[in-house]
Design a protein around this ligand. Structure first.
Ligand code: FMN
Length: 341
C-alpha cells in the first residue's frame, strides 16, 4: 500500500489521494474570461485520470488583474456558469475541485486595462510601470477577492486557493523587493502581510467555514534582500488564525531571475513551512516519478504532491503510478481492460 494513494480530510474536504493538479494558466478563455470547451475537456481528463484535487488555473478577480486578455475570470456573475460546468464534470469523475483566485498586479499584460501594484516599480523593462495603489484601491481589491470567493462557492468549488506566489499582486505586497510603501501596508513583515490579512478577513464573511482555504506562496524569491522560506513561514504562522488551512509551496517569479531547478527543488521549502506553521503543505516542482512522490509523503516532508507539466504530458499519471507503487486504485470502468498488471 502506498501513502500517495491514501485519503486525506481537511475540514469537509475529503480527498481520495494526495495527488494535486497544480494551477496552470491555459490562456484559452475569450476576452470576457468565460470557460469553454478547452477547459471542460482539459480538466475533466485529469479527473478521469484519478487526480485527487484539481486546482483550476489563476482566475482573475478583476479584469485589470488578468495576466493576459485570455485568462479565466471570476469577476462577473455570468462567469459562474462555465466554471460550474468544469466543477460538475470533474466531480462526476471523483475529483475534488479548487480554483486559484488571482490578481496579477504589476505583472498584468492585459493591455486594455491599467495595471496596479503596491509601489510604482516595473517587473522588468518589458512590463509597464504600475500605478501605486491607494488605500481605496487596496480596499476595492480585497472586496473583489471576497466577491470572487462568493462566486466560487456558487459554482460549487470545494476549496479556493489564493495566489500569493510568483510575484503576482499578493506576493508583490509580501515581498520587500516589490513593496516599498511607507504606510501601514509596507515596511516590516506584519505590514507587508496586511493586504493578505484583509483579503482573508473579507473572504471569511462569505466563504463557508467548513470549506478549506489554500494559500500558494513563493517560499524563496531568489534575491538576497527578498523573502526566504523562514520569512514566509513566519508570515503564514501569524496569519493562520485568519483562516488558512493548507499551503501550496512554490517559489520564484518576484524578480526576473531563473532559479536552478531539479526534481524536488522546492520540497525543502515545503518542509520548512510545514514545520514552522504546523499547517499541511503541498510540495512539487519537476516531479514526475511516482516513487519520488511517495518518498515525500511517506517521510512526511509534505502532505500532498502537486504535479504540473507531468499532468499536461500524461493526464492518466495516477492510473499508471499505482503500478510502480504496487498499489491499486479504481479505474474508470470504461478503461478497465487497459489496467496495468
Ligand atoms: C502552462 C503552465 C501554466 C502555469 N500557470 C500557473 C498558474 O496559473 N498559477 C500558478 O500558481 N502556477 C502556475 N504555473 C506553475 C505550476 O503550477 C507549477 O508550480 C510549475 O509548473 C512547477 O511544477 P511542475 O514542474 O510539476 O510543472 C504554471 C505552469 C505551467 C507549466
Amino acid at each position: 500500500m502506498s501513502k500517495l494513494f491514501t485519503p486525506y480530510q481537511i475540514k469537509n474536504l475529503e480527498l481520495k489521494n494526495r495527488v494535486v493538479m497544480a494551477p496552470m494558466c491555459m490562456f484559452s478563455a475569450d476576452t470576457n474570461g468565460h470557460a469553454n470547451d478547452w477547459h471542460f475537456t482539459h480538466y475533466a481528463a485529469r479527473a478521469v485520470g484519478g487526480v485527487g484535487l484539481i486546482i483550476l488555473e489563476a482566475t482573475a478577480v478583476e479584469a485589470r488583474g488578468r495576466i493576459s486578455e485570455h485568462d479565466l475570470g471570476i469577476w462577473k456573475e455570468e462567469q459562474v456558469e462555465g466554471l460550474k460546468k468544469i466543477v460538475d464534470l470533474c466531480k462526476a469523475h471523483g475529483s475534488k475541485v479548487g480554483i486559484q483566485l488571482g490578481h496579477a498586479g504589476r505583472k498584468s499584460e492585459a493591455m486594455s486595462e491599467p495595471n496596479i501594484g503596491p509601489s510604482a516599480i516595473a517587473y522588468s523593462d518589458d512590463y509597464r510601470v504600475p500605478v501605486e495603489m491607494t488605500k481605496e484601491d487596496i480596499k476595492n481589491v480585497a472586496e473583489a477577492f471576497k466577491e470572487a470567493a462568493r462566486r466560487a462557492d456558487l459554482a460549487g468549488f470545494d476549496t479556493i486557493e489564493l495566489h500569493g506566489a510568483h510575484g503576482y499582486l499578493i506576493n508583490q505586497f509580501l515581498s520587500p523587493l516589490t513593496n516599498k510603501r511607507t504606510d501601514e501596508y509596507g515596511g516590516n513583515a506584519e505590514n507587508r502581510s496586511r493586504f493578505l490579512k484583509e483579503i482573508l478577513q473579507a473572504i471569511k464573511t462569505v466563504w463557508p467555514e467548513e470549506k478549506p482555504v489554500i494559500l500558494r506562496v513563493s517560499a524563496e524569491e531568489y534575491g538576497e534582500e527578498g523573502n526566504h522560506d523562514v520569512d514566509v513561514a513566519n508570515m503564514i504562522k501569524d496569519l493562520k488564525e485568519e483562516g488558512l488551512d493548507l499551503i501550496n509551496v512554490s517559489s520564484g517569479g518576484v524578480i526576473n531571475v531563473v532559479p536552478r531547478a531539479y526534481p524536488g527543488y522546492q520540497v525543502k521549502f515545503a518542509e520548512t513551512i510545514k514545520q514552522i506553521t504546523g499547517l499541511p503543505v503541498m510540495a512539487g516542482g519537476l516531479i514526475s516519478s511516482p516513487s519520488m512522490a511517495e518518498e515525500i509523503v511517506q517521510n512526511e516532508r509534505a502532505d500532498f504532491i502537486f504535479l504540473g507539466r507531468e499532468l499536461l504530458r500524461n493526464p492518466y499519471w495516477c492510473l499508471q503510478a499505482t503500478k510502480e507503487l504496487r498499489d491499486e486504485i479504481t479505474w474508470p470502468k470504461q478503461y478497465e481492460r487497459a489496467k496495468l498488471k
